[in-house]
Unconditional design. Sequence first.
Length: 246
Amino acid sequence: MGVEITSLAARPDLHDAADRLTELWPRFMLHDPVADLYYARQQDHAAHIFLALDGHEVVGRAYSVPVAIERHPRRQGLPADGWDGIVRWAWLDQLTGRQPSHVSALEIMVAPPHRGTGLALRLLDAMKDAARSIGVSELVAPVRPSRKHEQPHTPMAEYANRTRGDGLPIDPWLRLHVRAGGSIHDVCPTSMTITGTLEQWRSWTGVAFDRSGPTVVPGALAPVHVDLRHDHAVYVEANVWVVHPL
């Protein structure tokens, strides 16, 4: 029968099954304090959340959210704080009833056995179709490049601008977006900020955190800044704004 794409609005009963895919993220990524503004209220954006079903098993998910970028007097283009910024803006827009001008993708996750099958592109297309249905002209995405963690010391702007011989990005996830009609717009340098005590970071990562300074953490796109004297560590992740005209 193949893999079916459905929305959370059509299948609210799949919420918990989709949530289990969260286990595929590095554990420290689950501690962004902004995240609950979106994930704790998924029902509010269920028409922009999509699930991939292989039989009765959820094997992929895609999250997006309507947001007013052009219809707010103090918002000048895409935010430098990327993912965190869009989640805050969308939350405030919903509270005030502000009409969206864009839809922003927030996440696409595909279970490992289904990667490389075209499923991620199908989920991206589903988000685009939902954005078209409410009359916006662009889907934007603060993209987390899939292989940037292999080069944590490389600045994101440098990494995002690297291309292959055919002119496409070297990063597979950026390349998928460009092939799907998106264009790289800019880097969002403070897209996600995660802080914690050293003990918290040790529990999240298994890393010793026994000296101050930049520390490489598996799965992180940049080093984590560690301060032994003040007992905390801070991770600031840059992402890449990609714009998909609709």
